[in-house]
Ligand binder design. Structure first.
Ligand SMILES: *Cc1c(COP(=O)(O)O)cnc(C)c1O
Length: 467
């Protein structure tokens, strides 16, 4: 593409389009960099309209699972296009969705027995919240509240925002939201009770061991318990992003924390929703994050990587107990009155089937283990850097929190946009990552090579040296 055509495209973009999570005034001013027009992709790389290649270090915002243009997923979608691209799921069904439900139930905990489809992570969460709410009505109880964690992110629709604990995104909508209780997030590095500087990597095996090593008070889980002890009769369900609060900057939870959270739900007899929209399908080094602590939720929400990152699709899986509560005569109106136009889109299901087949046949998660070890080693090379306050790592996900002062953990003035500027600089060097404030976020696809991992970390090291 010649430079005149490229300029034209950027001009039209700026004229007509409003981008998500973007201050458009900055976008219009090329701050911190000019819009990048992507033309193609292959494997770990994106190519712009000039043919320049970029290593994709965020899996195209946490969706790409097995690299771009995987031949088997490409083929599965093309094959499905020649049959039917979309048909409603209201009153009709189709093989791709039926096959997918069977495959999913085989890899999910055995207490999850029913698959409800939708088309994005936020809707997967809305579905779980509404099902949990209605379930208690069937039991003759009015439970209007939920429990979640500070720093939680469950999507951008109003129900998902109600249980969201990221003030920057959520606080301004407060008058519109339903009532929710927030417990302290297990963010040890900036805990409001007692800050703890964890060594990296921290190898605690249980929650107890973790609190011992860090000499921390475990107040995060105590807060959840206090809220439940007081309010459990009004709480329909507790929701959590097991193992990693990703959108908060990869806040990786202490080992065993999710188990403690599950125990509380069982003790106070409320439902548990695990939001694995980000962590599902191998990103934590296991198929699902709940497997690390052997947690069995009443709902699991899946999306993002489910189609290999090709097409929008989401799943809310639940138990017989929930499903059976909605059964009844037509005139009882126990029906779950919820659905989306693109529910279980056949192309998306075909992509998901191919993705799950590849995970299994190619033993992707098994082969991932040495790469995770390599990633950890590379990350630990950053740990001593004076500008790195805290590194959080799980599987192929990591957050590198940049600080002005390592001892106090003091951050740079946010107006300096330190994190954003580092990402812009990396982009010039052919690597795409994103920042959440001054935390650099790495979210790798499962087939990234060790060499590619090292390249990203090496470039980050150079940028930190320049601060
Ligand atoms: C991305 C994300 C969502 C929202 O998914 P969308 O498809 O963007 O609506 C929900 N929960 C978690 C944990 C996520 O990371």
């Amino acid at each position: 593409m010649n430079s005149k055509q490229k300029k034209q495209l950027i001009k039209k973009d700026k004229q007509n389009i409003w981008h998500p999570f973007t201050q458009m005034a900055d976008w219009l001013n090329n701050d911190p960099c000019e819009p990048l027009i992507i033309d193609q992709a292959k494997g770990s790389y994106l190519y712009d309209v000039d043919g320049k290649k970029y290593l994709d270090g965020v899996s195209s915002l946490w969706v790409t699972l097995l690299g771009h243009r995987n031949p088997k997923i490409d083929k599965a979608i093309k094959k499905q296009i020649d049959k039917v691209s979309h048909t409603t799921f209201l009153g009709l069904t189709h093989k791709p969705a039926i096959d997918l439900s069977e495959k999913l139930l085989k890899i999910l905990p055995e207490n999850l027995t029913k698959i409800f489809y939708s088309d994005n992570g936020s809707t997967a969460v809305e579905v779980a919240l509404k099902m949990a709410y209605q379930y208690w009505q069937f039991k003759g109880e009015q439970r209007n509240c939920f429990l979640s964690l500070k720093n939680a992110y469950h999507g951008d629709t109003i129900g998902a925002v109600s249980v969201g604990g990221t003030d920057l995104f959520h606080a301004k909508f407060k008058p519109l939201l339903f009532k929710n209780y927030f417990a302290q997030s297990p963010y040890c590095y900036r805990c409001s009770y007692k800050r703890s500087e964890a060594p990296f990597p921290l190898k605690a095996k249980t929650f107890k061991e973790h609190t011992k090593i860090l000499k921390c008070c475990g107040q995060c889980i105590k807060e959840a318990e206090d809220l439940l002890a007081k309010n459990h009769k009004t709480i329909a369900a507790a929701i959590i992003e097991p193992v990693n609060q990703a959108a908060a900057g990869m806040i990786v939870m202490p080992k065993g924390y999710v188990k403690e959270y599950e125990k509380l739900c069982r003790k106070y007899k409320i439902l548990l929703i695990c939001d694995e929209v980000a962590t599902g399908f191998g990103r934590t080094g296991k198929m699902f994050a709940i497997e690390h602590d052997n947690v069995k939720p009443d709902f699991i929400c899946l999306s993002k990587g489910i189609t290999g990152g090709y097409l929008p699709l989401a799943v809310t899986a639940t138990t017989d107990d929930i499903y059976n509560a909605f059964l009844g005569k037509y005139e009882e109106f126990k029906t779950f009155f919820h659905g989306h136009s693109y529910t279980a889109n056949p192309l998306a299901c075909a992509a998901a089937n191919a993705t799950l087949d590849l995970l299994k046949k190619d033993k992707i998660i098994e082969k991932l283990q040495p790469k995770i070890a390599h990633f950890e080693k590379e990350l630990s090379s950053l740990a001593e850097h004076p500008k790195v306050g805290n590194i959080r790592h799980n599987g192929v996900m990591a957050g590198i929190e940049i600080v002005k002062d390592k001892v106090s953990g003091k951050l740079y003035d946010y107006r300096l946009k330190t994190g954003a500027k580092i990402c812009a600089s990396l982009r010039k060097n052919g690597v795409i990552i994103r920042n959440l404030g001054d935390t650099l976020v790495l979210f790798l696809h499962l087939t990234m090579t060790k060499k590619e991992m090292s390249k990203i970390i090496g470039l980050i090291f150079k940028e930190l040296d320049r601060l």
